[in-house]
Design a protein around this ligand. Structure first.
Ligand code: PMP
Length: 397
């Protein structure tokens, strides 16, 4: 049965982690990960999460099956975050939201549902994009192509190229957009550029699919969510996947969601019924713990305030690391202007380093980043940043 099964290629980032773990260099630093670490290099357990879990432990509940679409209070909290609790789509019940297994799960439920209703549509992702976008939509049965995004020479976005690609796309094309904190480049569209993207997807009758894996890591919860308001105002139907992996530091609990904005409450109830079939035939219903933690935090005013503060702390620490990186690279003797690093947002930076330089950083200095030049700024801290800057200076100098 399995004699002809080929070995699948290794996941490049997980492979990097294995190499990092095997490295005996005492100064080694892992900047290849997609995880936020605190200034002590530790994965944080947020205080709001600890408090919610304490509350849950004090009133333990039996673990029955959840509804197929998850905890109702969780889904409502997601809608509040993404669209605004008092927004017209939420009040008018035009949003179908389901709890999902992380942001990845939200994307996959959306992809499987889209395959049923638009089997011949193409999918466009940014060039480059989170590496799982292509695989996920391909495995859902779609042909995946790219729209222009990163402009290496200008250290920014090739916005004209992006708009051209959207304007040339066939009606019904599914366009995956990073709502904020673009992974891997760290370059986000300006509000004025978003307006043009919203107008293009509307004019060309494309299907926007917003991947919101970092709400609150860019400028703030409401600020990062503003792009959703632009799509709502344009009157388009669209998809939003949500992830709480980073914003709650709940990676392993797999807490995310999919929301689909529909034209009416009646349409939303039909869409929800189909999303439930996708879920039912994949894993039946979501797990209880992570969703309950997030629902408790978001629906308890004091815990919610604490979460917003802790999230702001993570966001500010990343910004400080960006500024420090620029200064310390200069101090370490890097001649080229690296100030673009402080303009990028989110957990990642496209550092502009070449593959050869990234390989040298790894093999000579134990500083691990992705071959594309992507480094995780959220894995830098006050203890490792000097060594990282000195190492980078040696490979670029
Ligand atoms: N989308 C993007 C852009 C991401 O960076 C990630 C996580 N790295 C995800 C989706 C998936 O999130 P989760 O881990 O919650 O599945």
């Amino acid at each position: 049965l399995f004699s002809a099964v080929e070995m699948a290629p290794r996941d490049p980032i997980l492979g990097l982690n294995e190499q990092f773990n095997a490295d005996t260099n005492p100064k080694k630093v892992n900047l290849g990960v997609g995880v936020y670490y605190d200034d002590n290099g530790k994965l944080p357990l947020l205080e709001c999460v600890r408090a919610a879990e304490k509350q849950m432990m004090e009133a333990p509940k039996a673990r029955g099956y959840l509804p197929i679409d998850g905890i109702a209070a969780y889904d409502a909290a997601v809608q509040g975050l993404v669209f605004g609790a008092d927004s017209e789509p939420v009040k008018g019940k035009r949003v179908a939201t389901v709890q999902a297994l992380g942001g990845t799960g939200g994307l996959k439920i959306g992809a499987d549902f889209l395959k049923r209703i638009s089997p011949s549509a193409k999918v466009l992702i940014s060039d480059p994009s989170w590496e799982n976008h292509r695989a996920l939509f391909t495995n859902a049965g779609f042909t995946v192509e790219t729209y222009a995004y990163y402009d290496a020479a200008r250290r920014g976005i090739n916005f004209d190229g992006m708009l051209t690609a959207l304007n040339q796309a066939a009606e019904g094309t599914i366009v995956v957009l990073h709502a904020c904190c673009h992974n891997p480049t760290g370059y986000d569209l300006t509000p004025a550029q978003w307006d043009q993207v919203v107008a293009a997807t509307k004019a060309k009758k494309l299907v926007p699919f917003l991947d919101m894996a970092y709400q609150g890591f860019g400028s703030g919860i409401a600020e990062d969510g503003a792009v959703i308001g632009k799509f709502v105002a344009s009157g388009q139907d669209f998809f939003v996947s949500t992830s709480f992996s980073k914003s709650f530091s709940l990676y392993g609990e797999r807490v995310g969601a999919l929301s689909v904005l529909c034209a009416s409450a009646e349409e939303a109830s039909r869409v929800l019924s189909q999303l439930k079939i996708v879920i039912r035939t994949n894993y039946s219903n979501p797990p209880t713990h992570g969703g309950q933690v997030v629902a408790t935090v978001l629906n308890t005013p004091a815990l919610r305030a604490q979460w917003e503060e802790e999230l702001a702390g993570m966001r500010q620490r990343i910004k400080q690391m960006r500024v420090a990186l620029v200064e310390k690279l200069k101090a370490a003797g890097v001649k080229q202007d690296m100030s673009f690093i402080a303009q990028q947002v989110g957990m990642f930076s496209y550092s502009g380093l070449s593959k050869d330089q990234m390989v040298r950083l790894r093999s000579e200095f134990g500083v691990y980043g992705v071959d594309s030049g992507r480094i995780c700024v959220a894995a830098l801290n006050s203890k490792n940043i000097d060594y990282v800057c000195e190492s980078i200076a040696k490979v670029v100098g």
